[in-house]
Write a new protein. Structure first.
Length: 148
């Protein structure tokens, strides 16, 4: 009997970001509609909502595929994901006109400027969060589904 380990790996991977994105979408809707923040959030939120869970699922499949060949802990495997996704997301946002990269920082929607000295610690915090989510949540789901 085929137990479909890659399908189970995909489903375990998409569980975490799917639930988290519901919370993020609620925050964006409250920000945009209730607080009347004039930032076109709806132009930006659809792409990550469609892409991020799928990337998590495919990344978990890659982990299951690579496991027999080399043993990289799942936390470190997950921590590599923002290192790959951040430059691709920044390039897409720059091409879409949402992000402008200057000499002192990045500007979102020609309204919110963030200096580079703030971007680096936030990125490192994101890598740490990905490490913990992958180590404890995705790893637990992989173990629960028998693919760890």
């Amino acid at each position: 009997m085929n137990t479909h380990p890659y399908l189970r790996a995909y489903m375990a991977g998409i569980a975490v970001p799917s639930l988290f994105l519901l919370v993020v979408l609620t925050g964006f809707i409250v920000t945009r509609l209730v607080l009347q923040v004039p930032i076109p959030i709806e132009r930006v939120i659809i792409f990550p909502m469609a892409l991020v869970p799928n990337v998590f699922g495919v990344w978990n499949i890659v982990y299951v595929l690579s496991r027999p060949h080399r043993h990289l802990p799942i936390g470190f495997h997950g921590a590599l994901l923002p290192v790959i996704m951040a430059p691709i997301g920044a390039a897409a946002a720059t091409c879409g006109g949402f992000l402008t990269i200057g000499s002192h920082g990045a500007t979102w929607f020609q309204a919110i400027s963030v200096p580079y000295f703030l971007i680096v610690p936030w990125f490192l915090a994101g890598v740490a969060i990905y490490y913990l989510v992958w180590k404890y949540v995705v790893g637990f789901l992989n173990q629960l589904l028998g693919i760890a």
